[in-house]
Design a protein around this ligand. Structure first.
Ligand code: URA
Length: 268
């Protein structure tokens, strides 16, 4: 296969988990976005800043250990979201011993940092985070002890807009590597972008299915490109920010949590 791929093709390959072979391992910390138009070009003709196309993000992060993965997230400049961030948001949970990933049964995956998370560099610390903490407490989980909380996207999208598919394609390999290292026994996916990312390899056309149809059952997580294997059980549910606006849906969310608890019990 020729390596002369354009950025969209590379993003698609990354999304599908296809590793594009390159003679040398690409640098993990990516360079700053390429220069825009020359200063003399009229403003309206200047091309928008383009994210740096990665030769193979999956290949680049697929063998990182936990500490190197954290550094990679900190220095990531793979898409335009790096321009507006205060902090990257790797995730939160107990600290692992000697730079190892923490040992947790539970992984909660949200979508992207908001304003508070961007300021603090920690996931779910705003209003939605308080609700999430309370929901987790209700099933006996504390973010500092027994659960790791991560997002699909590690940098805040401007004005909390939805993440774009190219941003998800660039960032999701980081989440897949987190999952591979954490090896949780149960994953709770919160919100549309989280659930689409987690179930991309196991639910055909997942992006066309309403979240309401995906919740209430146990799915399976497989890393991109894998077709066999038991995978990790995934329960899909509503995002806490949605619950804050739609209080009656909390009952469904609670049912999803109970389903996740039961699934974990059954598997132990
Ligand atoms: N919403 C998310 O999905 N993640 C956060 O970290 C905060 C809000």
């Amino acid at each position: 296969m020729s390596l002369d791929l354009d950025e969209r093709q590379r993003a698609m390959l990354a999304e599908m988990g296809v590793r594009v072979w390159a003679p040398e391992r690409p640098a993990v910390v990516m360079p700053v976005a390429p220069p825009t138009a020359p200063a003399t070009a009229p403003e309206r003709f200047a091309p928008p800043p383009q994210p740096v196309a990665l030769v193979s993000r999956v290949g680049a992060v697929g063998d990182l250990n936990w500490a190197d993965l954290q550094d990679t997230v900190k220095g990531c400049r793979a898409c335009g979201l790096c321009e507006g961030r205060q902090h990257t948001v790797f995730g939160a949970g107990p600290t692992g011993a000697n730079g190892q990933p923490p040992r947790v049964d539970w992984l909660v995956v949200g979508e992207a940092p908001g304003e508070q998370e961007d300021l603090r560099g920690e996931p779910f610390v705003g209003q939605a985070g308080k609700l999430l903490d309370n929901m987790l407490l209700a099933i006996g989980l504390k973010r500092t002890e027994s659960v790791f909380i991560a997002n699909v996207i590690k940098c805040r999208p401007p004005h909390n807009r939805n993440p774009e598919s190219a941003e998800i394609a660039q960032c999701s390999p980081l989440l897949h590597r987190q999952i591979a290292l954490l090896q949780p026994k149960i994953i709770l996916g919160l919100g549309r972008f989280s659930v689409n990312t987690l179930l991309a390899a196991t639910v055909p056309d997942v992006e066309k299915m309403p979240l309401g149809r995906l919740r209430g059952q146990v799915h399976r997580y497989l890393p991109p490109g894998e077709v066999g294997g038991a995978g990790i059980p995934v329960v899909a549910s509503y995002h806490p920010a949605y619950l804050l606006r739609n209080l009656p849906e909390k009952a469904k969310s609670w049912a999803d949590l109970v389903l996740a608890v039961q699934t974990l019990k059954d598997s132990s």
